[in-house]
Write a protein that binds this ligand. Structure first.
Ligand code: SIN
Length: 201
């Protein structure tokens, strides 16, 4: 059972369509910016850590076999690097639908590399939402991400694109990089087993 948060977001935090605002992306919104924006800059937020703790029933998995995507967990002292976009509020209509599987808009302070800061929005999936999965043993998370597939593609591609985007940003994220390394090594051992099993020609 999942909760569609699209309508909820429009009711709880309405904006005039022509208002301009900052949006901070920390997951697919870093590398899949398929929405109009006026400018974008690498940015970071304090006291939040990125975690693959949110279930994906609509993009990278299905209701029967959900994938795992990122949300933010409050962690004093942590820094989460991502991408800030200056958008027109009208863009939120499409983003609310994209992020409908449990994410709520929240206001947050974004920090930029030049030392400036601004208020902006994030899409946050808290543990109260119906699709929240939370922590699980590393092997189980790797298996879930390596095998889940949904309407937007494979869960492993979501992880791979995110890891690449974070590398390009020069971001530190042991959680994401560890998962990406484990999915890669699982693939290598799988292909080793299948090449050992295939008959010689
Ligand atoms: C985000 O990218 O900021 C939210 C989570 C996601 O869409 O992956």
């Amino acid at each position: 059972m999942t909760l569609d948060t699209a309508q909820l977001n429009q009711q709880r935090m309405p904006f005039d369509d022509d208002a301009e605002l900052w949006l901070f992306g920390y997951g697919s919104l870093i590398w899949k910016a398929e929405f109009p924006y006026l400018e974008r800059h690498p940015a970071y937020i304090h006291h939040w850590a990125r975690r693959f703790w949110q279930g994906s029933h609509d993009h990278r998995g299905t209701p029967a076999s959900p994938g795992r995507v990122v949300t933010l967990i409050n962690e004093p002292g942590a820094t989460c690097q991502g991408m800030a976009y200056r958008i027109n509020a009208s863009t939120l209509h499409a983003l609310d639908i994209r992020e409908k599987n449990g994410y709520l808009r929240e206001l947050i302070t974004l920090h930029f590399a030049d030392g400036s800061h601004a208020e902006g929005l994030i899409y946050l999936a808290t543990e109260e939402n119906a699709a929240f999965l939370g922590a699980a043993p590393l092997d189980a998370v790797v298996e879930q991400i390596a095998t889940a597939y949904g309407p937007s593609g494979s869960n492993r591609d979501y992880l791979r694109h995110l890891a690449t985007a974070l590398e390009e940003l020069g971001a530190e994220d042991a959680h994401v990089f560890t998962l990406a390394a484990h999915v890669r090594s699982r693939d290598k051992s799988d292909s080793l087993i299948s090449s050992e099993q295939s008959p010689c020609h």
